[in-house]
Write a protein that binds this ligand. Sequence first.
Ligand code: GLA
Length: 740
Amino acid sequence: MLKTLSVVVVLLAATVVGFAQPAVASFDAASKVFRLDGGGVSYVFGVNERGELEQLYWGGRLEATDVFPPARAMEEWASFDSSYTTTPQEYAGWGAGLFVEPALKVSFADGNRDLVLRYESYSEAPHGFDVVLKDIRRGIYVTLHYEMDPKSGILARSAKIENREAQAVTVEQAAAAAWALPAGAYTLNYLTGRWSGEWTLTQEEVHPGARVIESRRGSTGHQANPWFALQAGKTDEEHGEVWFGALGWSGSWRITVEQDQMNAVRVTGGFNPFDFGYVLHPGQSLETPIFYAGYSSNGLGGASRLLHRFELERILPRTAATAGQALPKVRPVIYNSWDATTFNVNEAGQIALAEKAATLGVDRFVVDDGWFGQRKDDHAGLGDWYVNKGKFPHGLKPLIDKVHALGMDFGLWVEPEMVNPDSDLYRKHPDWVLNFPGRPRSEQRNQLVLNLARPDVRAFVLGFLDKLLTENDITYIKVDYNRNWSEPGWDQLPAAEQKRVYVEFVQNMYAILAELRKRHPNLEIESCSGGGGRVDLGILRYVDEVAISDDGDAFDGLTLQDGFTYAYTPLIMTTWETDTPDWLNKRSTSMSYRMLSAMQGSLGISADINKWSDEETALAKRLIAAYHQLQATIVQGDLYRLISPRNGSEFSANERVREDKSQAVVFAFIHSTQKGWGFPTLKLKGLDPSAEYALSPIEGKAREGTPAVASGAWWMHHGLEMDEGFRGDFQAAAFRLDKK
Ligand code: GLA
């Protein structure tokens, strides 16, 4: 039993329709233990004898009857390691001899830099708590926000830091949360890469010391993505315990995975403390990003399925058309000619492509870079968001009307935070860019970064985007961001305040996107940053889909997509069929291989479709029709990675199963058959064992004699065998299974 009712305050028991187990948040006033239960997860912390907030448990869901004793700080290990540093605090201030990564570090005007946070109070919050901590002497208050998703057990944590002192303080480091894991051996998984080579799943054992995953670039970045997964002991794709998390921040960020001298493992993440310094004047406060984290006992596959569902149900925005719906709608199939035409867009050429795209079954036609200002190539025009009269003599209207008449909607590319020095905007407002006066302004792709933290720049960006969307019938904008920061000065502010840019730039971007969605309730947005450079749970609250890479090679697509889906749902993953040979690797692949690779996410076509042969056109048309039919299963279903394409694998395969188990889609790819080895039998997952499923090919064939209908148990235990002829280089097949 839960102690006695007199000491237990059950704050909240939110039953969400269809959820087997409601999220429960409870506080035991006698033991000062806070507990959150959701999905298959319990998270427990308490106030220890010194008044610090200490984590007590995070893992598989416990019974409501299980009771935790009050928190007890760790013993002092030696004179070198005080109890303050070894105790797994929820949010430790840097002070009192803390040697692990602090959650918060501040410096006061008088030179004091010691901060020791103790529990003050708590209040109820939807699906969780707000817990207030305060420094032992000074008026620094920290409100820790906890919100548990009832279905997935994913916990959202963030902190608000408030200065109630009479003088300013500088926040030098502020995490959203610190997470403590049970003692043990772990493998860390994280995502690394570079432009045109994002989403590499990097795996390593956790050793004593800290592994820092970060971006110092002012935005999320291609080099690392703010996601981690820690696997305990012996785990694999579908088995074993995994603790995972993702940070919702599209600015410079840092996640530190640390094994301390007692072998305890903690993960601390939030604003990147590098070059950070946020001045809080008396009465001011700073809100950190949100750090989401969860637990699965079903391996990395289980962890990613939880994250996908959480993103679909709790993070991604809705439009007016999907308001209140459980899931965002599946994405329209897009045609975007970037790969085919690059900057050479014009009315006649785009209309010719639109006419062909419509016959293929494309839903949305998007004009990419090159439509505005004096934009011939990447040397000029960014910032001048008026239609280029040479390319579109009558404005965009004739093209937009044509696209609508062809039954598609219209989208447009913009890169709002950037400017080319060769632009009217820069000539008029050279002071609008990030810079340090008297220092060089480093150009990348011939462009500079506008200082979006400035109120006038923010007003300009919101203003031109709003005007564009008001004056034209545009359903979708692809918001690009094609360089990272350099010389991040904000010279209108006093020296001590200039680093606010790291926070306010990003907050303003979010505010602009939110405002645009409010003013144009059917607007849909793609986040692109030279491919997958701005993908995180922060921007995902404001955008409907993301570019994953500028690398459009269908073979590379398999590993890019595989890495991406460890953290993010296939629904937001734009995957383009592009010209062959592709521009990057010069690899030639068949239409069937390119289409099946691109059909694993939200399908787009970017090839020069007017050059396709009749056979290629017919095949693409058939596969787009199949994709439309199966799209909900492919992008909203549960993803099972059956054979990973990583590490040069000869084969790869994955499966998507609708949440109600009524349908599954299987994709299979051969990189290169070697020494006559046939494709392995695919033991499917996630089906209803006793239901009957009919198998039909989308592309390719199953082995002769494969039953047309068999039980879920058959497909999962006996498995699906490929046709003997499924061999060669860059081969692809796909199947659907429909519950009878
Ligand atoms: C970036 C994007 C591409 C394309 C170009 C346009 O590289 O990732 O898809 O939009 O910019 O310049």
